[in-house]
Design a protein. Structure first.
Lengths: 60, 400
């Protein structure tokens, strides 16, 4: 099995986690407000940019 | 292969000491010593996030580039002056060729003219304070359009440069700019679609689509690293959907402007709801017996909720605004997740309003007079004036 592209893998996991939070809110299991949404979204965007930048630096 | 000329073949300069400026050695070395050129502002080639402007400035002033970048971002919020300056620098400041000299080529005249035009248009737009939209549709639309087209053209040129095309023809730049425009438009359409679908009750489907895109990226990460670009549509869907969810916007409650002026307390509904728009509940003409208490609920997704009350009514309010501000009889609080629970408790004989209001994105206002009715002004509707009138009505004193 070939090695995964870490940037894509981590970004995908972060986005799937974000989608899960949104789904849990829709199901009524969570109550999302701006105070919790803003850090969550910033974390996901930051993670995507970070792993993308690291992958570019490593020549991936 | 041609042999490089020996140093003695280069003329008298080979015998003189090298000039102080970092002139590269070559066959066309000057025969007289060049004057020391002043330090030039160049866009950095090796320290860049977008166009190397901040990196070049940092090198010019010998400071940390991070400081310049933080200042540039901060200035965006002061009228966007750094955006204009950045675009101007992209067009006017030459790029470093890696040795401290400007790159060869002549982007000069056209870039200078375009840069000057952009600066003038953007300056006029900024001076107007409303990004040029105050000068009528034609000119108002022109300034931002020119700015956007210019930014897209620069971005297109950068895209081609990253692919190894250092001097692309105008048609190639236009094509790249068009491609970028399509991508931006697609992202905007996705974002708007995600927001509207979530507001219309399809939030679960949008969330599921985001999860699927994320898992698709995970699966494709073993095959194709280009799958990382799926992050763009996924975030374009997820972020607006999250904002709509956090704000509690529901378009099923309607869109538009609603104005209610109940004649008696019996005519007042148990609750007033609106998805997007302005909701005005005017209680100033409502027949309201003394000592009567009115319970009122207001729920607006996005927009403006205005509750107008008589001056002799004591108001107790419990309000929430996801993003925006709450103004309760002149006392204002704003930001994200604004929760207010305040008001005044009056004498037993006073008329009272118990308000429960919820706003997703926008403003909740409780006023004595309508700001659009021509009678409102900051002087006569300030907290002090309201406190005085409430005191006359027996409302001042205890805080809820």
């Amino acid at each position: 099995m070939s090695r995964p592209d870490l940037a894509t893998l981590i970004s995908g996991l972060a986005i799937a986690a974000l989608g899960t939070v949104l789904l849990l809110d829709q199901a009524g299991e969570l109550s999302l407000d701006f105070g919790s949404l803003a850090p969550l979204v910033l974390c996901v965007i930051g993670l995507v940019l970070l792993v993308g930048g690291l992958a570019k630096r490593d020549g991936a | 292969m041609a042999r490089a000329p020996a140093p003695r073949d280069r003329g008298a300069m080979s015998e003189t000491p090298p000039p102080p400026s970092p002139e590269p050695a070559g066959d066309e070395a000057p025969t007289t010593q060049a004057p020391i050129s002043p330090r030039r502002l160049l866009r950095s080639r090796d320290d860049r996030v977008l166009g190397g402007v901040c990196g070049g400035l940092a090198r010019y002033f010998n400071v940390d580039p991070l400081i310049i970048r933080i200042a540039a971002v901060a200035l965006i919020f002061l009228g966007g002056v750094s955006v204009i300056a950045y675009v101007a620098a992209l067009l006017l400041v030459p790029e470093d060729d890696g040795t401290g000299r400007p790159v060869d080529g002549k982007p000069g005249r056209v870039a200078t003219i375009v840069g000057a035009v952009v600066i003038v248009l953007a300056g006029v737009a900024l001076l107007d304070g409303r990004w040029g939209f105050g000068f009528g549709w034609a000119f108002g639309a022109l300034a931002p359009t020119v700015l956007i087209v210019t930014i897209l053209a620069i971005a297109g040129q950068r895209l081609l440069a990253n692919r190894g095309e250092d001097q692309p023809p105008a048609a190639r730049i236009a094509g790249a700019a068009l491609l970028l425009s399509g991508i931006v438009l697609g992202v905007l359409v996705l974002a708007a679609g995600g927001a509207v679908a979530t507001a219309a009750g399809g939030g679960a489907a949008i969330a599921a689509a985001v999860i699927v895109l994320g898992l698709l990226m995970v699966g494709l990460s073993f095959k194709d690293h280009r799958a990382r670009w799926l992050a763009l549509p996924a975030l374009a869907l997820a972020i607006p959907a999250g904002v709509v969810t956090a704000a509690g916007i529901d378009v099923d409650h309607g869109i538009g402007s609603r104005h209610y002026a109940p004649a008696t307390l019996a005519d007042v509904r148990g609750g007033y709801e609106l998805g997007v728009g302005e909701l005005k509940v005017d209680l100033r003409g409502t027949r309201w017996p003394r000592e009567a208490t009115l319970d009122l609920k207001v729920d607006v997704g996005t927009g403006h909720a205005l509750i107008l009350v008589p001056e002799d009514v004591c108001v107790q309010a419990q309000t929430h605004a996801g993003l925006g501000y709450v103004n309760l009889l002149g006392e204002e609080d704003g930001g994200a997740d604004v929760d207010e629970q305040r008001g005044t408790v009056g004498r037993t004989s006073a008329r009272r309003l118990n308000l429960v209001a919820d706003m997703g994105i926008g403003a909740i206002e409780v006023r004595h007079n309508d700001p659009n009715g021509g009678h409102w002004g900051p002087q006569d509707h300030g907290p002090d004036a309201i406190a005085a009138s409430l005191a006359d009505a027996g409302c001042a004193g205890e805080r809820a």
